[in-house]
Design a protein around this ligand. Structure first.
Ligand code: CUA
Length: 326
């Protein structure tokens, strides 16, 4: 990556970056509303302080000082209530914007982003991989499933008004529609060690047909689910979960999205987080009727491999394993 893109007017630093996603305008409106409201409040309060400072300054005499007990609490209560209403309205507005982007909503394409010191590793739905660059189709909903291999990082693309922490052991997500083809800067926005400042890249927004061409040119032809299937065997998962070994482990075809009864009486939905926990921290949730014998794969398997195994499990439908030999 060359340094000259720092001065590129399209992606260089500016106070307010250009708006390159569908939700960018809403975010900016909220930002300016907060700024405007804060400025108004500061003006009124400082104005009152200065006015009263002059009006009631030392040496000036008054016929009668009005005390709070004479006027009651109408002014205070009115001021506090109206401020409360305004702030709750701002909260609701911001909450709606937040959920729009950060709730775990399905999208037309889901990309995996794994952060590590000090790079961004990306995998596209068809298996194509890239590092520190993120190609996405314009005008389509794109979801990024973000996690970290080591410490906390933060995925930040100012032009798309996106910022989401990459947390080890957790899947976070952003869903957005980029609506302006171009190149935009990607930063790590959480101090993560020596080369934090170098942990950056770019997001390349392309017309959907260009994106498809790009995938065809760079793809490997192996989808995450197919790669996950191979990993499922090479890590030995299939031995207990599919085979007829002496160890009895839950069958996993169709497990994704199903509710699972746990040994402690609880019930959990088998989502991405549950599947990851089951691989990395198998003692966390013991499935009812099974022994806690699964070894932890923490430290032995990369986050990218976990994501691919999850993609494989997601691709399975109930009964799939009955039709194929283990
Ligand atoms: Cu990664 Cu800062």
């Amino acid at each position: 990556m060359s340094e000259d893109y720092l001065s590129d007017p399209n992606i260089g630093l500016r106070l307010i970056p250009e708006q390159a996603s569908r939700h960018a305008e809403g975010v900016d409106m909220l930002y300016f509303a907060l700024l405007g409201f804060s400025a108004l409040l500061v003006t009124v309060l400082v104005g009152l302080v200065v006015t009263f400072g002059f009006r009631y300054r030392a040496g000036k005499t008054f016929r009668r000082r009005v005390t709070a007990s004479h006027v009651g609490h109408r002014v205070e209560v009115g001021f506090a209530l109206s401020l409360g209403v305004v702030f709750m309205a701002l909260f609701a507005w911001a909450g709606k914007l937040y959920l729009n982007v950060y709730a775990n909503t399905p999208a037309q394409a889901t990309l995996n982003v794994v952060a590590k010191q000090w790079m961004w590793k990306v995998q596209h739905p068809d298996g194509t991989r890239e590092i520190n660059t993120l190609h996405v189709p314009a005008n389509q909903s794109v979801r990024l499933r973000i996690t970290s291999q080591d410490v906390i990082h933060s995925f930040s693309v100012p032009a798309l008004r996106l910022k989401r922490d990459a947390v080890p052991g957790l899947y976070t997500s952003v869903t957005f529609v980029a609506d302006k083809p171009g190149e935009y800067r990607l930063f790590c926005a959480e101090y993560c060690g020596t080369d934090h400042s170098r942990m950056r890249g770019k997001m390349v927004v392309m017309a959907p047909s260009d994106y498809q061409n790009w995938l065809t040119r760079n793809g490997t032809g192996t989808t995450p689910a197919a790669a996950g299937k191979a990993l499922f065997r090479s890590y030995g998962c299939s031995g207990c979960h599919m085979g007829e070994s002496s160890v009895r482990a839950p069958s996993l075809d169709g497990v994704y999205g199903r509710s699972v009864a746990l040994a402690n009486g609880g019930i959990i939905i088998a989502d991405e987080a549950y599947l990851r926990d089951s691989i990395m921290r198998p003692q966390k949730h013991i499935v009812a009727g099974y022994q806690p014998v699964m070894p932890s794969f923490s430290g032995q398997i990369s986050e990218s491999d976990v994501l691919q195994i999850i993609a494989y499990l997601q691709s399975l439908k109930p009964g799939d394993w009955r039709t194929e030999a283990p």
